[in-house]
Design a protein around this ligand. Structure first.
Ligand code: HEC
Length: 161
């Protein structure tokens, strides 16, 4: 092999390597670019997942607002009055407050509903708060005319046909 051929051979090897090397660098570059630009690919992102606990915390924070307008707690629609905090604390965890506010029952009726939820829906023992809650419900969500009208300023909430 002549010196010249030897040199050319080395040059060829070198340029081959350079082609390979730049191809690899180019490929990696494009890969990183795609990853950086595409928000759907989560390879480099460490965005924290939203857990159920966060959602629950959020709900509770929301309901902690004490905004009362025209005698109605705005977040929940509950009538303002003694026991409101206890009712919000115990009766909005599993279902919407609406399920409570759309019902009218006597004290016994409310107690029976609470017992039913305790027996079948995992409602906890309400302890000292039970009486306060029952007083509240029996006062503000009694069957028809008793507690209802005296607390509402708006006379007609909905039309029943
Ligand atoms: C541990 C969960 C839980 C808690 C806390 C809870 N409930 Fe319930 N409650 C339920 C479930 C489940 C139902 C059935 C929901 C449905 O039918 O969609 C229900 C239904 C109801 C109903 C409708 C009953 C019916 O006959 O349709 C009322 C009224 C009610 N709850 C009031 C309350 C009151 C008042 C409190 C607070 C003392 C309360 N709930 C707290 C689970 C709960």
């Amino acid at each position: 092999m002549s010196k010249k051929e030897d040199f050319l051979q080395q040059l060829k090897t070198l340029s081959n390597s350079l082609v390979w090397l730049s191809s690899i660098i180019l490929f990696i570059g494009i890969f990183i670019l795609v990853m950086a630009l595409n928000p759907d690919i989560k390879l480099f992102k460490s965005s924290p997942e939203i857990t159920e606990a966060d959602v629950e915390k959020d709900t509770i924070v929301n309901i902690n607002s004490n905004d009362i307008k025209d005698g109605i707690h705005t977040e929940t629609g509950f009538v303002a009055g003694d026991g409101l905090d206890e009712v919000i604390g115990n009766c909005t965890n599993c279902h919407s407050a609406k399920l409570v506010t759309q019902n009218r029952m006597s004290r016994d009726g409310w107690l029976a509903t609470i017992r039913w939820m305790q027996e079948t829906q995992n409602l906890w023992d309400l302890g000292d708060q039970e009486d306060i809650i029952l007083d509240y419900l029996a006062t503000h969500y009694a069957p028809e005319d008793k507690g209802r009208r005296e607390n509402l300023i708006v006379e007609e909430w909905y039309e029943l046909k």
